[in-house]
Design a protein around this ligand. Structure first.
Ligand code: ADP
Ligand code: MG
Length: 698
């Protein structure tokens, strides 16, 4: 028997059962089963006495004898009842299925260990469908004090696959292949961290001899799991750095210096300076830059992007920024035009609504090299857009990141341009390490000086009138206000109704002509949306009632109040993004979170977090803890969701060790060819054969 054999090699696993195990749990080879770890353990060191039982529905273990078995007719079918007795009293064991087999196999008046959930009815204790083991048989099993419990599915349970059978399979398997289990880490790593060997780890994760050794087994297996993921990520990064050449921006030239010394409207923050240095170091080496720039809304990413583009121009290259929406692209274009006003640099905007004539001009000046900077939407990816020599492409993903098809932009290039992806969604460090561990990451973790924190409060619906009064005061001072309603796909009709009801009550409270209100929602035509948006941008309306469409990058510095209706229905990152719409001007800004009185514990935590902090990274950490990595945007394609035992949120210390170890090993032995790394090499190759990562190097 070897670990690549199908599960049917085990006694008692029929073809039908094997195919169910495969479709339900993805277990097809013996090795899969070996790595299917219990999700909890039952303490089997503890025995109860019948006269001490209490009615608490817990799982208990008893030692005694079955002294009588009888079948009792009921309305439908019958039940089998055993009288079970220890030296302190007696109780009932009840079965509704499998009578014949049980009747034949149960030995009367013989010592048994029984296990199950306690029931209390009519003054009697009973256990329905208990696990029963003859004491003699039980002793022959792998002696586990903590008994494993495997997660199963309804289909598997209905097909008769009990947890006891699961344990039986694993016991069989371990007894037969124990000697064949190969070490997957090097001796050096095992010694350095005092890890359990692979065999002992696997044996004890399934059948732990003690809580202490279980903890060691878990640690070892978590380390191993995270280590091989990091090994792959770090290796990918090394390959990129060593093998993929990039353009070298050797000099910091006149364009950059002129702008920096004469037209930069403010001093850069330390974080901006640091990030710029990181970028300069990348583009001056002859490797290809692939960098993720994270920075909260308002942290000043645009200027970093611009300065990076000026570096490219200084070295004879063109530059581009691509944004996810037309509004955002236009905003970038306007901001950059203004900053470069006094300089002799050509900048153009290309979006879906650019006129044909303009397009032609742009295409031409791109190809002949007259155009320095092109800003736009996905229109930049069209076939006709051909740069003469694109040196850097900046992708502003805002909060919808994901790796798009980008290579079209540089089809004329000899080498790929340097890539800088900007995102406003802070990703917790550990998650970033696991999801983007192969990219370089820069973080702007400091807001420009003088920024006033948005004052955030949580109010219940019953206080709405006070909130309206507050809005009136602010409008009186000349400010503008957003009121946002949730938009959640499943209940679109309801959401729409909520929005319209809200709009009506706002209209009543803020009557025209004194007050003017814009409304924007998903059911409107784009042209109407744009019209309403523009009225608000121009200050013709004081209130903007909207669904979350305004999330994506509207910049109205005069808007200083954000009221979020049904705030308990929004996720943390959404709330954070929405709040980022205010606090952009010089005035004190406010965010009011309105909610109903009844809140789930999670909703309470979300609202409390928003009130307490405006640090996007802290908010992201809480979000990750509340929702787990699976629900955080951007994680879907990464391995963190398929972890068997490690947990990105809880096992951060192990993650750091695993990553550092991977870096150390690859620095000394990039191809894992040294004899001492043989075990690692072998495992790595097995794990990642399918992904093709290996072939890149060897
Ligand atoms: P984001 O990171 O959200 O893209 P922006 O680049 O749009 O942020 O910057 C937000 C605002 O802050 C802009 O008005 C910008 O001019 C200003 N800003 C950026 N950096 C600084 C700085 N170092 N000092 C003062 N203001 C700055
Ligand atoms: Mg921005």
């Amino acid at each position: 028997m070897n670990l690549n054999n199908p599960i049917t090699y085990l006694k008692g696993v029929s073809n039908a059962r094997a195919s169910l195990l495969s479709s339900e749990l993805g277990l097809s080879k013996l090795n899969d089963l070996l790595h299917y770890f219990p999700y909890r353990y039952i303490d089997r060191t503890k025995f109860y006495k019948i006269n001490n039982l209490i009615d608490n529905n817990s799982e208990i273990q008893l030692f005694g004898r079955i002294i009588e078995l009888k079948t009792i007719k009921q309305k439908k079918g019958s039940r089998l009842v055993g009288k079970f007795q220890d030296e302190t009293g007696s109780m009932e064991l009840v079965w509704f299925k499998g009578h014949k087999w049980l009747k034949d196999s149960i030995k009367i008046n013989t010592p048994y260990i029984i296990y199950g959930k306690i029931n209390y009815f009519n003054g009697n204790f009973s256990i329905v469908h208990p696990e029963i083991d003859l004491v003699d048989e039980y002793k022959k099993k792998i002696q586990a004090k903590l008994q494993p419990v495997y997660s199963s599915t309804e289909k598997l349970v209905n097909s008769g696959l009990s947890n006891k059978m699961f344990r039986g399979y694993l016991q069989d398997l371990l007894l037969q292949i124990f000697e064949q289990i190969q070490e997957s880490l090097s001796e050096e790593i095992i010694n350095e961290y005092g890890l359990l060997g692979k065999r002992d780890a696997l044996l004890n994760i399934h059948f732990p001899k003690s809580p202490e050794i279980l903890a060691k087994a878990q640690y070892r297996l978590k380390f191993e799991e995270l280590f091989f993921i990091q090994l792959q990520l770090v290796r990918k990064k090394l390959i990129r750095k060593n093998k993929i050449k990039g353009y070298v921006f050797e000099q910091v030239g006149d364009t950059f210096n002129n702008f920096y010394n004469n037209y930069l409207p403010f001093d850069l923050t330390n974080a901006q300076k640091r990030v710029l240095k990181e970028i300069r170091r990348d583009v001056a080496s002859n490797a290809h830059m692939n960098r993720l720039l994270q920075g909260d809304v308002g942290s000043g990413k645009t200027i970093v992007a611009l300065l990076s583009m000026l570096l490219a121009i200084d070295n004879g290259f063109q530059a581009a920024i691509m944004a996810p929406t037309e509004i955002l692209a236009t905003q970038h274009y306007n901001a950059i035009q203004e900053l470069l006003e006094q300089m002799n640099i050509s900048v153009e905007l290309l979006t879906g609504s650019s006129k044909v004539k303009k397009r032609r001009e742009i295409h031409e000046s791109l190809e002949n090299g007259n155009l320095n900077i092109l800003i736009g939407t996905h229109a930049l990816l069209e076939d006709k857009v051909k740069f003469r020599n694109l040196g850097i492409a900046i992708i502003d993903e805002q909060h919808r990141f994901g790796v798009a098809q980008r290579s079209k932009m540089w089809q004329k290039n000899e080498l790929p341009p340097h890539i800088l992806v900007m995102t406003a969604t802070p990703i917790p460090r550990t998650l970033a390490m696991s999801v983007y561990g192969d990219l370089d990451i820069s973080v702007i973790d400091e807001l420009p000086p003088g920024r006033k924190e948005v004052k955030t409060v949580h109010r219940y619906d019953s206080n709405r009138l006070a909130v309206f009064n507050f809005m009136k005061q602010e409008i009186e001072k000349g400010r503008q206000v957003y009121i946002v309603y949730p938009l959640i796909q499943e209940s679109e009709v309801m959401d729409y109704k909520d929005l319209m009801d809200g709009y009506e009550s706002v209209s009543r409270e803020f009557p025209s002509p004194k007050y003017q209100i814009s409304i924007v929602h998903g059911k409107m035509k784009p042209a109407d949306k744009e019209y309403e948006m523009q009225r608000f941008v121009k200050g013709e309306t004081q209130i903007m009632v909207a669904t979350t469409v305004i999330e994506v990058g509207v910049n109205v510095p005069n808007a200083s109040v954000m009221v979020i209706e049904s705030a308990e229905r929004f996720g943390l990152s959404q709330l954070h993004q929405l709040r980022g719409r205010v606090g952009r001007g010089a005035d004190q800004s406010f965010c009011v979170l309105l909610s109903s009185f009844k809140l789930s514990a999670e909703a309470k935590t979300r609202l409390k977090t928003m009130v307490e902090t405006s640090d996007g990274f802290k908010i992201a950490e809480v979000d990750l803890k509340l929702r787990g990595p699976g629900n955080i945007m951007g994680t879907q394609q990464s391995g963190v969701l398929n972890l068997r035992i490690a947990d990105i949120v809880k096992d951060t210390a192990i993650l750091h060790k695993a990553r550092n170890t991977a870096i150390e090993i690859l620095q000394e032995d990039p191809n894992l060819s040294k004899p001492e790394n043989k075990a690692i090499h072998k495992t790595y190759a097995e794990i990642f054969k399918a992904s093709g990562a290996w072939s890149n190097i060897s």
